[in-house]
Design a protein around this ligand. Structure first.
Ligand code: 5RP
Length: 217
């Protein structure tokens, strides 16, 4: 199986968690795109979805799935999303698609975070994948200098504007031994909107597409 087939298998396995009348929290990325296609087969039994990005919203609507504003929704049973890296503790780096802030918000509301990935995403330690940080444009250089003090090597993701009108710094060369602590430290830098560490609210269930089928943890 190639990487896309593994992503698709993991995405389709997540359908099992979609129950009647649910509003489903939907993430962003190529794996989630496979999930949205699969979710369309259940569109008549669910109420709809809450989306974490303009791109996912467009795809959900294209498939005839109603998209609710998160403010209209009191609770969400499940949130389905991919990841760029994940550890055995289910801590993640996310934000490769620049949607980290809305992803973190929707994940915070959901009771269960179901992470759908291919098997290349498992790592012993987070940080090989550059850690995305969404920043207020005015604060970009200041935040970058503060991130250097934390031992990182921030690179401005040129030409990318997030759905919230902000910019992204990708922090290279981090070896993240204490993701929960670093998540807090980065959030305390003035001008940071969100960082891509999902450790304080990690995944609850991980579905990994492999050559031997989908493994559930
Ligand atoms: C987007 C994300 C994605 O979940 C992450 O980048 C994984 O993407 P893909 O499913 O394309 O591998 O965090 O901001």
């Amino acid at each position: 199986m190639d990487q896309n087939q593994k992503k698709k298998a993991a995405a389709e396995a997540a359908l099992e968690y979609v129950k009647s009348d649910m509003i489903v929290g939907v993430g962003t990325g190529s794996t989630v795109n496979f999930f949205i296609e699969a979710l369309a087969s259940k569109k008549n039994m669910i109420q709809g979805a809450v989306s974490s990005s303009d791109a996912s919203t467009a795809l959900l609507k294209e498939h005839g799935i109603e998209v609710f504003d998160l403010n209209e929704v009191a609770s969400l049973d499940i949130y389905i999303d991919g990841a760029d890296e994940i550890t055995k503790h289910k801590h993640m780096i996310k934000g490769g698609g620049a949607a980290l802030t809305r992803e973190k918000i929707v994940a915070a509301v959901a009771k269960t975070f179901i992470c759908i990935i291919d098997d290349t995403k498992h790592v012993p330690v987070l940080g090989k994948f550059p850690l995305p940080i969404e920043v207020i444009p005015l604060a970009r250089s200041y935040v970058a200098r503060e991130l250097v003090k934390l031992g990182g090597d921030p690179v401005y993701r040129q030409g990318v504007v997030t759905d919230n009108g902000n910019q992204i710094l990708d922090v290279h060369n981090l070896h993240i031994m204490e993701p929960t602590k670093l998540e807090t430290q980065i959030n305390q830098i003035v001008g940071v909107v969100t960082n891509g560490l999902f450790a304080q609210r990690g995944a609850d269930i991980v579905l990994t597409g492999t050559d031997k089928g989908v493994i559930k943890e």
